[in-house]
Design a protein around this ligand. Structure first.
Ligand code: ZN
Length: 493
C-alpha cells in the first residue's frame, strides 16, 4: 500500500473551465500533487482513482464502467457509476451527486464524499472549491492509537495522544470501559484495528463534536482498575488488576470461546412470583404463560449444542427488571428474548407483536410499554438505591448509553424482523408485526434484544391458545428459528 510520507500535502486542481475535459498538473515537490477534475452539469468532480495513488489502498473494478470498490487496509467503499449512493463496509451513504466514469477514471463529488474518507483514513482531507485544492493533513488526529498488552498481574491499555488532553472514564454495565476525550479527534481506523479478541468482545469509537469516545467491552468484569495520564509519549494508561487477563492466549480462548460467536442466549420469562402480569378472564396468568413458552424455547435451544441458554427465571419467582438485565449482562448475552402476553381492555383485540427497544411511535406501542414497565415503577419505589439510577441521570453517561444503544438498535430491529417472519409462518393468529417501544428491561441489556407479546390474554380465544402447550411450542419454535437465522447472519467466522 502506498503511504504518504509528508504530513501535509496540498493537491492542486487546475481550474478547468468546461466539461468534461480535464487537463491538470500535478505538483509533487514540497508536498503538492495534482489530480484531474471534471465538470458535468456545473458540478465539479475529482478523480478518486488518482487520489487513491496518493492516499494508498487500491481500486477494484468489478465491471469497468459500472461498479468500483476502493479498498483500504480496514475498509471497503463501493460505488456504482451514475448512482449518488456508495457503501462503506455495511452501510449505505448519500454523496448528493453520482459517481462518474470518465476516460478510465472514477470521479466523485468531493464535498460530500471526503468527510467519509476522513473517518477511515489517518488523514484529514479538506476540499476547497474556491481554491480548487485538496489539503491532506496527517496531523489532524490528536488521539492517534491504542495499545493493549497483558501484564503479569493484569491488563494495560494505552490510548496515545498528541499532547496533554482532558478525559473521563466510565465503567458501565456489561463490562464496558468508556473513555471520553475532550476535543479528541480519533484516528478511528487505527484505533479499531487494535481490537484484541483475547480480552474484549467489542471495540467502538464515536466521534462527537466536542469529544472523541472509545468504548471497549471487556471479556471479564472490570473491577480493580486505575488510570493516569503518562508522558513521553503522551498517553492515557488504564490498568485492570486481574490476573485472569494475563493467562495464556490458547487457554483464554478455550475458556471464553472464539470471538464474535453468537451463542449465549438469555431467555427472559416475563413477570413471576408476586408479579402476575396480565390475567385473562378465565384466570390464566401471564407469568405462567411466559414461563411455559420460555421453557419450551430453552428446551429447543439446549438440544442445539451451538448455543448456551440462560433463563432469567426457570420457576415461579419474583425477579426485578433490574436483575433480569444484570443476568443478561453478566452472562455477556449475545441475544436477549423477553417473553410476555398482551392485554387490552377491548376484549376483541387479538394478535402477537414483536417489539424492539426505541422510542414508542404510536399509542398502541405506548400502552404495551406502560404495561410492561409498570413492574419497574413499582420496584422503583421500594428499591431506591443501588447506584444504577445515577447511570441514567448523568448526562454524559446517558450519551454513552445512547451510543451503545444505537449500536444494538439496528441489530435488535433486524432480529425483531426475523422473529416476525418466523412467527408469521408458524402461528395462525393475527400478526400485529414489529413495533418499537421503550421497555425498561431491554434498555439495560447491552446486547440485541426483543420483547415478544405472544398473544392477548384478554381475548378469550387467545387466552385458550396461550395456555395450550401446542401453541406455546409453536411460539417457541418460531423464536428458535429466528435465533438461528440471526446467528447465521451476524456470527463472524
Ligand atoms: Zn408482560
Amino acid at each position: 500500500m502506498l503511504k504518504i510520507i509528508l504530513t501535509s500535502l496540498t493537491i492542486l486542481l487546475m481550474t478547468g473551465t468546461s466539461l468534461p475535459a480535464a487537463d491538470t498538473e500535478v505538483f509533487v515537490s514540497g508536498g503538492k500533487e495534482k489530480i484531474d477534475r471534471i465538470k458535468i452539469d456545473r458540478v465539479e468532480y475529482v478523480s478518486l482513482s488518482q487520489l487513491v495513488e496518493i492516499l494508498g489502498g487500491r481500486l477494484d473494478w468489478v465491471i469497468v464502467g459500472h461498479k468500483v470498490s476502493y479498498l483500504t487496509s480496514n475498509n471497503r467503499f463501493e460505488f456504482l457509476i451514475d448512482a449518488p449512493y456508495f457503501r462503506l463496509n455495511d452501510s449505505t451513504y448519500n454523496m448528493t451527486f453520482p459517481a462518474q466514469y470518465f476516460e478510465g477514471d472514477l470521479y466523485v463529488y468531493p464535498e460530500t464524499f471526503f468527510p467519509y474518507l476522513d473517518r477511515v483514513l489517518a488523514q484529514k482531507i479538506t476540499y476547497s472549491s474556491s481554491q480548487k485544492s485538496i489539503r491532506i493533513d496527517s496531523d489532524y488526529f490528536n488521539v492517534s492509537d491504542l495499545a493493549i498488552s497483558a501484564k503479569a498481574n493484569g491488563l494495560l491499555m494505552e490510548i496515545f495522544l498528541t499532547g496533554e488532553m482532558a478525559y473521563e472514564i466510565f465503567v458501565t454495565e456489561g463490562n464496558w470501559i468508556n473513555v471520553s476525550i475532550r476535543d479528541g479527534k480519533l484516528n478511528s481506523s487505527k484505533i479499531l484495528s487494535r481490537r484484541d479478541s483475547r480480552y474484549m468482545y467489542r471495540l467502538k469509537t464515536h466521534q462527537a463534536d466536542g469529544s472523541g469516545q472509545i468504548s471497549m467491552r471487556m471479556k471479564r468484569p472490570v473491577k480493580n482498575w486505575h488510570h493516569k495520564l503518562a508522558f513521553d509519549p503522551p498517553r492515557i494508561q488504564i490498568s485492570i488488576a486481574d490476573a485472569e487477563f494475563s493467562i495464556d492466549t490458547a487457554e483464554t480462548n478455550a475458556v471464553i470461546g472464539p470471538d464474535d460467536k453468537i451463542d449465549v442466549i438469555v431467555i427472559d420469562a416475563g413477570h413471576g412470583g408476586s408479579d402476575y402480569g396480565a390475567i385473562g378472564r378465565g384466570g390464566t396468568r401471564e407469568k405462567d404463560v411466559s414461563l411455559s413458552i420460555a421453557r419450551e424455547l430453552a428446551k429447543l435451544i439446549r438440544k442445539d449444542k451451538q448455543f448456551k441458554v440462560i433463563m432469567t427465571r426457570d420457576r415461579d419467582k419474583t425477579v426485578t427488571l433490574e436483575q433480569r438485565a444484570q443476568i443478561a449482562n453478566q452472562a455477556a448475552a449475545d441475544l436477549f428474548v423477553s417473553i410476555h402476553a398482551n392485554s387490552s381492555v377491548k376484549r376483541r383485540v387479538r394478535g402477537w407483536n414483536v417489539f424492539f427497544l426505541a422510542e414508542a411511535k404510536n399509542d398502541s406501542a405506548r400502552s404495551v410499554e406502560q404495561l410492561e414497565n409498570s413492574a419497574f415503577l413499582k420496584e422503583g419505589r421500594d428499591e431506591s438505591d443501588n447506584g444504577n439510577e445515577d447511570f441514567f441521570a448523568d448526562p454524559i453517561l446517558s450519551i454513552l448509553n445512547d451510543m451503545l444503544m444505537t449500536e444494538f438498535q439496528a441489530e435488535s430491529h433486524d432480529f425483531a424482523l426475523m422473529c416476525d417472519r418466523e412467527m408469521r409462518r408458524n402461528l395462525d393468529i393475527p400478526a400485529r408485526g414489529v413495533d418499537q417501544a421503550g421497555f425498561y428491561v431491554l434498555n439495560k441489556v447491552f446486547t440485541p434484544s426483543v420483547l415478544i407479546e405472544s398473544g392477548f390474554i384478554s381475548n378469550k380465544t387467545e387466552e385458550n391458545l396461550l395456555k395450550d402447550g401446542k401453541y406455546q411450542k409453536k411460539v417457541a419454535e418460531a423464536l428458535y428459528k429466528a435465533i438461528k437465522r440471526f446467528r447465521a447472519k451476524y456470527e463472524s467466522t
